[in-house]
Design a binder for this molecule. Structure first.
Ligand SMILES: Cc1ncc(COP(=O)(O)OP(=O)(O)O)c(N)n1
Ligand SMILES: Cc1ncsc1CCOP(=O)(O)O
Ligand SMILES: [Mg+2]
Length: 496
């Protein structure tokens, strides 16, 4: 799912072996391989298991587990996944070793097999809180969250309360997975919370009985993405996609139920989860209905800072243009928006106003372009109801999942290259990441690429199939802006 890094990355799973091959160590290693991460393993227990049940469990000795943990240390796992710990003795000795580990730890609090057998004894459950201080992300399902918190979970509010309890018990972040919540509905709701953020992830429910190993796959996929250096919130999206894609291809084994698959390869948009707006109730959230853009793909897309530039670009026949100005007094802004809208009425084209969505509505602009921070405060339903289009900036997987929940009129990806035009906390995405996001999103959204794109780079960017290139300097600082627009257009046309 993630491409091969230039140096071998390692991740460690500390878990039990599943003789039926669908969960535990076997699922974790298959997931790591899928994410191009070399898997290290410390096996806490051997289970004699098949779809009919867990027939026998044989625990590894503490000496063996400790020796394995110490042995793999020189291979420097970049992330750790924890699964079956069997009992309090194993749990506490793993925890002691974790005290020295500087890397993120994802813990799936495995307590029982899908087929029913117990995989953690009562003392282990009682001691589980000891482990939480060493856990970056805890990924319980509803039943596991109930057991760990001693609460009953039947509603959305119960899930939120359980997450609060788990954080209070010491976990840094918690993701309560909703595979067994509202099972009759066609969506699957997971809830993420830590000190900074809380959100619902809404994914398509993949109804299958072949779901053995789902929790193992999710937690090890998140650990693998963390090993690649992704931020936790991005890793959660990647983990969720891997599970949904895997469930969609899961097959039975003869007459027996099977396990989540590990197909690898590119992910389809139907498996991209939606991150619902922070204040949305997950069962009542209504997706806004934004109008589509008239001209798709969006083509050459100059981002300019004056009504004069808007007019010159539209007069030159660009299909899309954006007015992007910062820190101006209200009356100057109004005048700029008004004049830009007048230019659009004269020449046609799609005029997007950056940031100032109320003015865009008031003056009847074609659309609004918003950054992810703006989504926290803008009334996006009002923008949609006024008939304006919405474009949204995206720099990371988490942002893409968040934008996907509001179904904007287009998705912007950037920065593709480094640029002096804007200070951003995101590293350049590069062409490979652009390609992955174009392949994922293009069937549902028109897209544009922005950041550091000049005439030389335009053909390579256009080759991704993005269909539009958004530029500031390549037009506004060109010796001949008309020729620049023409050349950018030629690069895009060559790929249509
Ligand atoms: C086409 C396009 N893509 C991205 C941006 C960046 O917008 P935003 O995140 O709102 O940041 P500012 O432009 O406001 O600094 C854009 N303007 N246009
Ligand atoms: C506004 C913005 N958002 C992401 S990159 C960028 C600036 C792009 O400017 P340039 O085309 O000059 O690199
Ligand atoms: Mg903005």
């Amino acid at each position: 799912m993630l491409s091969n890094p230039s140096q071998t990355l390692t991740a460690l799973t500390i878990a039990g072996s599943d003789s039926s091959g669908g969960a535990g160590i076997q699922a974790d290693l298959a997931t790591f391989a899928n994410f191009n991460v070399h898997g290290l393993s410390v096996i806490t227990a051997l289970t004699a298991q098949n779809p009919q049940g867990v027939h026998r469990v044989s625990l590894s000795s503490i000496e063996q587990i400790t020796a394995e943990l110490n042995a793999i240390e020189i291979l420097k796992p970049a992330a750790i996944k924890i699964g079956m710990l069997a009992n309090s003795e194993i749990l506490n000795s793993v925890n002691q070793w974790l005290n020295q580990q500087p890397v993120p730890v994802v813990c799936d609090p495995v307590m029982s097999a899908t087929s029913g057998g117990s995989l953690l004894d009562n003392n282990g459950i009682a001691d589980f809180k000891n482990l939480l201080n060493n856990i970056t992300l805890l990924t319980p399902n509803i039943r596991e969250a109930e057991i760990l918190t001693g609460t009953n979970i039947a509603t959305v509010e119960d899930i939120q309360l359980a997450a609060d309890n788990l954080l209070a018990m010491g976990a840094d972040s918690v993701l309560i997975t909703g595979g067994h919540f509202l099972e009759e509905s066609d969506v699957c709701l997971d809830y993420f919370k830590n000190a900074e953020q809380q959100y619902w992830l809404r994914g398509k429910r993949i109804a299958t009985v072949n779901n053995h190993g789902t929790g193992c796959t999710l937690s090890s996929a998140i650990a693998a993405a963390l090993a690649h250096g992704y931020e936790l919130i991005d890793a959660v999206v990647l983990g969720k996609m891997a599970v949904s894609q895997g469930l969609s291809q899961a097959q039975s084994i003869g007459n027996f139920t099977g396990a989540v698959a590990h197909p690898g390869g590119p992910c389809r948009i139907e498996f991209l989860p939606e991150i619902l707006p922070a204040n949305a109730h997950p069962l009542e959230y209504k997706t806004p209905a934004f109008s589509r853009c008239t001209t798709e793909p969006l083509g050459v897309y100059p981002v300019v800072d004056s009504a004069d530039w808007v007019e010159k670009c539209l007069a030159e026949g660009v299909p899309t243009v954006q007015l992007r100005v910062k820190d101006l007094p209200e009356d100057t802004l109004r005048e700029l928006v008004k004049q830009s809208v007048a230019a659009q009425q004269k020449y046609g084209g799609q005029l997007f106003i950056n940031d100032y969505w109320q003015l865009a509505i008031e003056y009847g602009a074609y659309g609004v372009h918003l950054g992810q921070e703006d989504l926290d405060t803008a009334d996006i339903h009002q923008i949609a109801e006024a008939g304006l289009r919405l474009g949204v900036s995206n720099h990371a997987w988490y942002e893409i999942a968040r934008a996907h929940a509001i179904k904007p009129s287009y998705m912007a990806i950037g920065p593709i290259y480094s640029t002096p035009t804007k200070v951003m906390r995101f590293a350049p995405q590069g062409l490979e990441q652009l390609q992955e996001w174009v392949d994922l999103l293009k069937s549902e959204y028109p897209m544009t690429a922005i950041g550091g794109i000049n005439l030389e780079r335009a053909p390579a960017v256009a080759k991704s199939g993005v269909g539009s290139i958004a530029v500031v300097r390549a037009v506004t600082e060109a010796a001949d802006y008309k020729a620049a627009i023409n050349e950018l257009n030629n690069s895009l046309q060559a790929e249509l």
